[in-house]
Ligand binder design. Structure first.
Ligand code: SAH
Length: 220
């Protein structure tokens, strides 16, 4: 099957999982532009060479260094939670292989992404540049404290589970800004949280779904 067909199949699987989890997530379809981005980013370019045949399964996959590329459904759901607009500036903590970064890149004006593991961050940068994504700035280091030089952000996405929501990240969200972050521990259970800072600066949070992410390191 061609990659285009495999990707179309993956999108249908994501849509089916959205419907079957609609009670948790509070909706039965995701924003159309999110689905379009999922249908256009070549996921097979982001997985290790020996995993290419699994690239369009709706499953997480190992990317080395004990890290994983998130499940496509989770990438789509978290992107949807960010309620992105094309003029938005977004911060991503945990570049990993850069797949989520590419999805964001298709939807907003500028993406800032931070990865703690040098090799992963550098590989992701090379890959995204080679694929022509040109609205991304990369940083290697601890993203726990965000990227104050480019704050505030319209949206922040964290790809690893924090024990609690880092205050520094909340502080870097614009009024009206959105954040998606898994909170908790693998053993005690993690919850994907969707947050919104209102125009007065008050943060409202919503528990979305039980999830399993690698831990957010640093900062604590
Ligand atoms: N969206 C990525 C997810 C990778 S897994 C993908 O689909 O590939 C989470 C990533 O977060 C890992 O690469 C890990 O190294 C990184 N990470 C964990 N804690 C971090 C921190 N404090 N700062 C930056 N990156 C971090």
């Amino acid at each position: 099957m061609s990659y285009i067909k495999q990707r179309a199949h993956m999108v249908r699987e994501i849509e089916a999982e959205v419907r079957s989890t609609s009670r948790w997530i509070g909706k039965s379809t995701l924003e159309k532009h999110v689905i379009q981005a999922m249908g256009s980013v070549p996921r097979h370019e982001f997985v290790p060479a020996d995993m290419v045949r699994l690239a369009y399964q709706n499953e997480p996959l190992p990317i080395g260094f004990g890290q994983t590329i998130s499940q496509p459904y989770i990438v789509a759901l978290m992107t949807d939670l960010l309620e992105l607009h094309e003029d938005n500036v977004v911060l991503e903590v945990g570049t990993g292989c850069g797949y989520q970064t590419a999805v964001l890149s298709e939807l907003v004006k500028q993406v800032y992404t931070i990865e703690m593991i040098r090799q992963l961050g550098e590989q992701a940068r090379e890959r995204l540049v080679r694929l022509g994504y040109n609205n991304i700035e990369f940083r290697i280091g601890d993203g726990y404290g965000g990227w104050p030089e480019h704050a505030p952000f319209d949206a922040i996405i964290v790809a690893a589970a924090a024990q609690s929501i880092p205050e520094q990240l909340l502080a870097q969200l614009k009024p009206g800004g959105r954040m998606a972050i898994p909170v908790g521990t693998l053993r005690g259970g993690q919850t994907l949280m969707g947050l919104r800072k209102d125009e007065q600066g008050l943060v409202h949070s919503r528990e979305i779904l039980p999830v399993a992410f690698v831990p957010l390191t640093g900062g604590h």
